[in-house]
Design a binder for this molecule. Structure first.
Ligand SMILES: [Zn+2]
Length: 189
C-alpha cells in the first residue's frame, strides 16, 4: 500500500532525498516526491539516481512510466527540493516540460534554482502552463535543500562555466628557483 503524505511530510521527504545524491562538480543535488491528487506517493527520485545524468523529478516520471502508471500523475503534486529545471545544457527534456505534459496540477518547491549554470524559468513556465506553484516556506526544508548543494557553493553565481576548462593554465612556479626549461614549456598555449 502506498504512503499517503501531507504536504509537509512530502516536502520533508523530498529534501531528505536530496542528501542521497552523489555530488558531482557541475550539477545540483535535488530530491523529489511525486504524489497523486489524493496525496498517495507515486514515485520518489533524486539527482542521478537512474542512469543517464537524470534529474530528481525526471526519475519520478521514468519510474512511473516504466510501471505504466504515468496517467496517475494527472492532477497530482510534484514536491521538489529545488525549482524544476526549464532548460538543460545537455539538451534533454526539462523537468518543467515533463510536469506540464504529465498533467501535474501543483509543484511545491523548497528553494529556487540558483543561477550557477543557467537562468531557470521553471516557476514562470509552470505558472504559465496553469500549474499552481508553491514555495514551501519552511526554514528546515530550505536549509536541507541548500545543504545538499554545498559542493557547488564555490561557483560564482551567474557566471557561466567555461565550455573547456583551461587545463594547461597552471601558473608556472614563480621565483628564481624555477627551472628554465619548465618555465619555457609552461609558457604559451
Ligand atoms: Zn530537471
Amino acid at each position: 500500500m502506498a504512503d499517503i503524505l501531507d504536504d509537509e511530510s512530502a516536502m520533508l521527504r523530498a529534501c531528505e532525498l536530496a542528501s542521497c545524491c552523489e555530488p558531482v562538480d557541475r550539477a545540483f543535488n535535488v530530491g523529489a516526491v511525486l504524489t497523486s491528487a489524493a496525496g498517495e506517493v507515486l514515485a520518489t527520485g533524486f539527482s542521478r539516481e537512474l542512469e543517464g545524468n537524470t534529474h530528481a523529478e525526471e526519475c519520478c516520471f521514468i519510474k512511473l512510466e516504466k510501471e505504466g502508471r504515468l496517467a496517475e500523475a494527472r492532477g497530482g503534486t510534484m514536491f521538489s527540493s529545488m525549482e524544476p529545471c526549464s532548460v538543460r545544457l545537455s539538451g534533454k527534456r526539462p523537468c518543467t516540460d515533463r510536469c506540464l505534459e504529465a498533467g501535474v496540477a501543483r509543484v511545491v518547491l523548497a528553494i529556487e534554482e540558483p543561477a550557477n549554470f543557467v537562468t531557470c524559468e521553471g516557476v514562470a513556465r509552470l505558472r504559465a502552463g496553469g500549474l499552481t506553484v508553491v514555495r514551501w516556506e519552511d526554514e528546515r526544508c530550505a536549509a536541507m535543500a541548500a545543504a545538499a548543494n554545498a559542493h557547488l557553493a564555490a561557483e560564482p553565481a551567474g557566471t557561466p562555466a567555461p565550455a573547456v576548462a583551461p587545463a594547461s593554465r597552471e601558473a608556472p612556479a614563480a621565483g628564481p628557483d624555477a627551472a628554465p626549461g619548465a618555465a619555457a614549456s609552461a609558457g604559451t598555449e
